[in-house]
Design a protein. Structure first.
Length: 370
């Protein structure tokens, strides 16, 4: 992948997904889940210390995509076995997208062609999409994708897909004919674009310039947040990820709650936590690409009625959102750093994390908290 963030060297790889019951609080009580890792160790030349970074944010903010990008940048990426393991989740993403398009067509009053109606109804009645239920239906799924009613909805710029489907919809549209075949093998970009709910805790470890970095990702849904506190010990920095484009969307878990409002509530809880007063906070304002397009047609006042900036002005809207988050910091001795990110763009994440590295190591060298 090329050099980045200084001289990077793999020292350990640890991926530890867990699935344990959780609660809806911002901090909650410690999770009972233990972190069992399989590691490959190596020597760290001129060891200078350990830097522990935690990715936090609401569900669908892009945390796990950033985590995957860091694995590509600093470790050996994804093995052939990994590619096989990602296949079911990617196929499920495509099936969920077709399910969403079927629902949009039905709400619009569009009729599927007769040969697709029975399968379309079956798809609509599926409460959850499971790979094994559709692994033998690639041909039927592809026929459904070709249906004029589905194509009309796919080409509708105002189609009312859920956020989790909408973010990568245009990418999957271009790949469906490649994915819905028996011998499909996921590409790296497929993996980056895929969405799988994070349950539990997963870590990657790597070395840069003599420092041992540990980056931890933990689920952002309400049911996962009780596990956050288990990751707070000996933290150096929190990378708090916010999806800029979610200002006009509601939570999957609670359709009455605005996603941006939920993110602000979480961020306020993090920056106001006494146990984290010494921890660096770096705000990742993510999905800037989607935000740039959405702000042209969707009013920021849907989330912030008091916003008085010009309609459709990306820069003004961005500054307003950033300042809303930074204003939640009640610690006068802490500076909130911010980065604009596009988690699906590896060059963007490489640059953003390079800046994070410079901030953290620079303060570590000077013996100062960030």
């Amino acid at each position: 992948m090329g050099a980045c963030m200084g001289s990077s060297k793999q020292i350990k790889q640890a991926e530890t997904p867990h699935s344990t019951p959780g609660g809806g609080g911002v901090i909650g009580t410690p999770s009972t889940a233990s972190t069992t890792t399989t590691t490959t160790t190596g020597e760290v030349t001129g060891y200078k210390g350990e830097i522990k970074m935690l990715l936090l944010g609401a569900g669908e903010s892009g945390k796990s995509t950033i985590w995957k990008q860091m694995k590509l940048i600093h470790l050996e990426g994804f093995s052939e076995e990994d590619l096989v393991l990602f296949k079911p989740g990617i196929v499920e993403n495509v099936v969920q997208l077709l399910q969403g398009l079927c629902l949009c067509a039905k709400e619009k009053g569009d009729q599927l062609q007769e040969n697709n109606r029975e399968f379309g109804e079956f798809l609509l009645t599926a409460e959850t999409v499971v790979y094994n239920d559709f692994a033998d239906n690639y041909a039927q799924l592809f026929y459904l994708w070709q249906d004029p009613a589905i194509q009309d909805r796919a080409n509708d710029p105002d189609v009312k897909l859920s956020l989790v489907l909408l973010d990568s919809a245009n990418y999957w549209y271009k790949c469906i004919d490649r994915i819905l075949v028996e011998d499909y093998q996921p590409s790296i970009k497929d993996i980056i674009k895929s969405r799988t709910k994070t349950t539990g805790i997963q870590d990657i470890l790597f070395e840069i310039d003599g420092y041992r970095f540990k980056l931890t990702d933990v689920g952002g849904q309400r049911s996962e947040r009780r596990k956050w506190i288990a990751c707070f010990q000996n933290l150096t920095a929190i990378l708090f990820v916010v999806a800029l484009s979610e200002y006009d969307q509601t939570l999957n878990e609670d359709v009455t709650t605005n996603r941006m409002t939920e993110s602000m509530k979480l961020f306020k809880g993090v920056v106001g936590n006494d146990a984290l007063h010494h921890v660096s906070i770096i705000l990742f304002l993510n999905k800037e690409d989607l935000f740039s397009e959405k702000i042209k047609r969707s009013d920021l006042r849907k989330c912030f009625p008091e916003y008085s900036g010009p309609d459709g002005d990306k820069e003004a809207a961005f500054e307003y959102i950033k300042n809303q988050f930074i204003s939640l910091n009640s610690n006068p001795n802490r500076k909130i750093y911010s980065q604009v990110t596009v988690a699906t763009d590896i060059d963007n994440i490489r640059s953003a994390m390079d800046t994070v590295k410079d901030i953290i190591i620079g303060h570590a060298v000077n013996g100062k908290p960030v």
